[in-house]
Design a binder for this molecule. Structure first.
Ligand code: SAM
Length: 462
């Protein structure tokens, strides 16, 4: 082995601890590694660190300090650590340079412990050899909680895996493992606590909004972040939006912040409870109204609610605190005077209250298509028909398909939509299909958007 090969050969892996199964024993992870060091005057340390000839020799382990004060020298010399273990491992040139700099070679013991190693390194030392390929440490974070999806073979080690993940991620307090079953009605995952506190009430931030919810009782998926943003971007601030399966509000609350008026609904009483809280916490109560009913009933009642109890007209963007300060400064008012952040002009009198829904959001991909029948004849009655002659709403309906080719997927989705609407969507219905994400190797999630066809909405009930 050449000197340069030997120079890289310090083994810093944690000691194997394959006897651990149920409980993590952090004290088992300790390792003393003798390394070569140079004792030098403080002024020389910098010279050695910068010298080209020393570059391949100087200690470069993450989280290990390269220059230490020398405990054995009260006059304050420094110890410069090398990544080799003996003098013979140094190159000729390095040795000559060290002697020229009056460095005294000595040895130093590196002490590595549990805190030094990464979660993966610790688990590689614990798990049986046959499980070492592939890492079980993948997880998604929601607030202070990490959720894992451990394969069956890792389950005997779940508490150790959870504890290591918890220890190595300082913002976490709770680690859960998803169980196979999903609550079929309200779509949240069953889960078990594998480490940390049994506190499932998380505070999560998305789209500049704060969401609080009980992760064990409601649906939440951070992977839908971009889909939430995509749809909210499509809305005009003056739109009225009806969110049929609103969950705890990831479409509804940001839409409200944008200025949209929102009817947000979810049948899960727990989702409804946190939806209400999130509306309140994000200060959108004037614009976002929550309800807790079945999606079909909601679709039918929402158009009447908007008609009979309309939202105030859009009054322009809210001022940010900085804009407000600037405005007060220009008006010669004290910057911290109690002027509200709402625009000061009330709704201009020529803008009527908002009573017509512009978008329906239907994010229940497992079955949203089966709710589309509720649109048949929805706007057929006199007053509704009159209002919606001014513009039909756009429906954004999420769905799954097992067809992985775009063309075949589109055909499949359109057929299922047609079966529910009793109408085949045409060119003029402004149909668009968006691939949201792949949820499994043979299952994709899409959003089909279309303008509600008059033939469907105005269909005479008789
Ligand atoms: C896939 S989640 C989507 C939640 C939210 N829109 C989001 O993007 O995170 C579907 C939601 O529909 C709700 N839900 C299920 N069945 C429902 C029904 N029949 N009527 C209304 N809401 C329903 C569930 O409780 C769940 O919160």
């Amino acid at each position: 082995m050449s000197v340069s090969q030997r120079a890289l050969a310090i083994d810093t892996s944690p000691p194997p601890a394959r006897w651990m199964k149920e409980t993590l024993d952090r004290s088992a992870f300790h390792r003393t590694i003798p390394v070569l060091a140079a004792r030098v005057a403080p002024a020389k340390a910098g010279i050695l660190l910068k010298a080209d000839v020393m570059r391949r020799t100087i200690m470069n382990l993450p989280k290990v300090r390269t220059v230490l004060s020398d405990p054995e020298d009260p006059k304050g010399s420094r110890l410069l650590l090398f990544r080799v273990q003996q003098e013979a491992d140094l190159s000729e040139e390095a040795r000559a340079f060290l002697s020229q700099q009056e460095a005294i070679l000595t040895s130093h013991e590196l002490q590595l412990d549990y805190d030094y190693w990464t979660a993966d390194e610790i688990l590689q030392a614990v798990l049986p050899e046959e499980l070492l390929e592939g890492s079980p440490t993948g997880f998604a974070i929601t607030g202070h909680l990490a959720h894992m999806n451990l394969n069956a073979e890792y389950l005997p080690y779940k508490h150790i895996i959870g504890q290591v993940v918890l220890d190595k991620n300082k913002r976490l307090r709770t680690v859960v493992n998803k169980l196979d079953s999903i609550d079929t009605k309200f779509r949240f995952f069953k889960m078990e606590l594998i480490a940390g506190e049994p506190d499932f009430i998380v505070e999560h931030h998305e789209s500049d909004c704060r969401f609080t919810f009980d992760f064990s009782q409601v649906y939440w998926n951070s992977r839908l972040h971009t889909e939430h943003e995509r749809l909210v971007q499509l809305f005009q601030p003056s739109d009225v939006v009806a969110d049929v399966f609103a969950g705890v509000g990831p479409f509804a609350v940001p839409a409200g912040k944008k200025g949209c008026a929102v009817l947000a609904n979810d049948l899960n009483p727990n989702s409804y409870k946190y939806l209400e809280q999130n509306i309140h916490d994000n200060k959108v109560a004037e614009l976002v109204r929550a309800s807790c009913e079945d999606g079909k009933d909601f679709i039918r009642s929402s158009v009447l609610t908007a008609l009979e109890n309309p939202f105030p007209a859009y009054a322009g963007p809210k001022l940010t605190k900085a804009q407000l300060k600037e405005k007060r400064r220009k008006q010669g008012q004290p910057e911290d005077s109690a002027v509200p952040t709402q625009p000061e002009d009330p709704s201009p009198p020529f803008l009527p209250p908002r009573n017509r829904i512009a978008h329906f959001v239907m994010n229940l991909p497992d079955s949203a298509i089966t709710f589309l029948g509720a649109f048949k004849g929805l706007l057929a009655s006199g007053k509704l028909r009159e209002v919606y002659e001014g513009g039909m709403p756009v429906v954004h309906c999420h769905c799954f398909t097992r067809e992985l080719e775009l063309e075949v997927a589109e055909k499949d989705i359109r057929q299922r939509v047609a079966a529910e609407l009793g109408y085949e969507l045409q060119e003029e219905d402004e149909v668009s299909l968006h691939l949201v994400r792949s949820v499994a190797p043979n299952k994709d999630m899409y959003c089909i958007s279309f303008r509600l066809p008059r033939q469907v909405a105005f269909l005479d009930a008789q």
